[in-house]
Design a protein around this ligand. Structure first.
Ligand SMILES: C[S@@+](CC[C@H](N)C(=O)[O-])C[C@H]1O[C@@H](n2cnc3c(N)ncnc32)[C@H](O)[C@@H]1O
Length: 289
């Protein structure tokens, strides 16, 4: 089984989080995910930061990042500011904001992010199907531009094509699985109009990356997985979720012993780059401990 059909079956076994994705502010998202020690954007931050540093040197321009499945702008918050996931959990869990309206949270967060000091010299453009999350991330200034889109079901609108023509890095955490090769097929014509971006996806081990890799390959991309490294995404929501995921992995011939069997949902990092860039800069040269 390939792509969408395989992903549907895995998603059925995975805890459903849809109710937290499209709120008018991130309090519920962070409240629920803190209970599961959600960590992947924080684990991804040093990897994305190193890619951004390389791209800055290559392009000599502020790097433009497209965050696919950007939600409330979590990766933007971490990449633009000197903030950790712990600080974001604390910020959105503050007792004094418990009874605030979303409009009050937006006003408060706009000040909070403005007070973080000079942000990194990057632009972050976001795509997510959750319209409210996108609106929040734009309103507080985390996203420079946001598009509420579902590329699984619809084409990229012409209005987004220009904005996406000069993207340097496509980044995602926790998104592949919700999106398949279909989203990439619809994104690639736009993002490869000018300079072809590097594409970095953190992907849970149970979601096969083959179909997306093939699609990217058709566009002249080579995909490499960061060897011998897994990234903690979150704890399983229940013993039932763990058992089903462990079974899924075993069925795919992936050994979960000592990893997912211990209760951790783990991701791997796939970096896809144009053939020429991959040949010129080996993946090992990109990352330092
Ligand atoms: C687990 S969350 C990850 C959010 C964020 N990247 C993070 O790591 O905190 C998954 C996100 O994917 C979004 N999503 C689900 N299906 C999507 C689709 N077809 N296209 C774009 N985004 C989608 C959800 O709305 C949600 O914001």
């Amino acid at each position: 089984m390939f792509g969408g059909a395989a992903f549907d079956e895995i998603n059925e076994a995975k805890a459903n989080m849809d109710h937290i994705y499209n709120q008018t502010d991130p309090r519920m998202y962070f409240g629920e995910l803190e209970k599961l020690d959600y960590a992947i954007p924080g684990r991804a931050k040093p990897i994305f930061r190193q890619l951004i540093a390389h791209l800055q040197r290559l392009r000599n321009d502020p790097v433009r990042v497209l965050d696919l499945g950007c939600s409330y702008g979590v990766n933007a918050a971490l990449l633009k500011h000197d903030l950790s996931m712990r600080e974001l959990f604390d910020h959105w869990g503050q007792q004094k904001m418990e009874d605030a309206t979303s409009a009050e949270v937006v006003a408060h967060d706009r000040r909070f992010f403005a007070d973080q000091g000079e942000p990194e010299d990057i632009e972050v453009i976001g795509i997510d199907l959750a319209q409210n999350a996108i609106a929040y991330a734009e309103d507080v200034g985390l996203l420079d531009e946001g598009f509420a889109l579902n590329l699984e079901t619809g084409q990229l609108p012409a209005t987004a094509e220009e904005e996406l023509a000069s993207i340097d890095l496509v980044a995602s955490t926790g998104c592949v699985g919700y999106v398949t090769e279909t989203s990439f097929e619809r994104l690639l014509p736009a993002v490869t109009q000018g300079r072809s971006p590097w594409i970095g996806n953190f992907v849970l081990r149970m979601f096969p990356f083959d179909a997306i890799e093939e699609t990217l390959n058709d566009w002249g991309y080579v995909t490499q997985k960061l060897a011998d490294q897994t990234f903690f995404q979150r704890r399983f929501a229940s013993a039932d979720e763990r058992d089903q995921m462990v079974e899924q992995l075993s069925d795919q011939g992936i050994d979960p012993t000592g990893l997912e069997t211990e209760g951790d949902l783990l991701a791997e990092f796939y970096l896809s780059r144009p053939i020429k860039d991959t040949a010129e800069i080996p993946i090992e040269r990109l990352f330092h401990a």
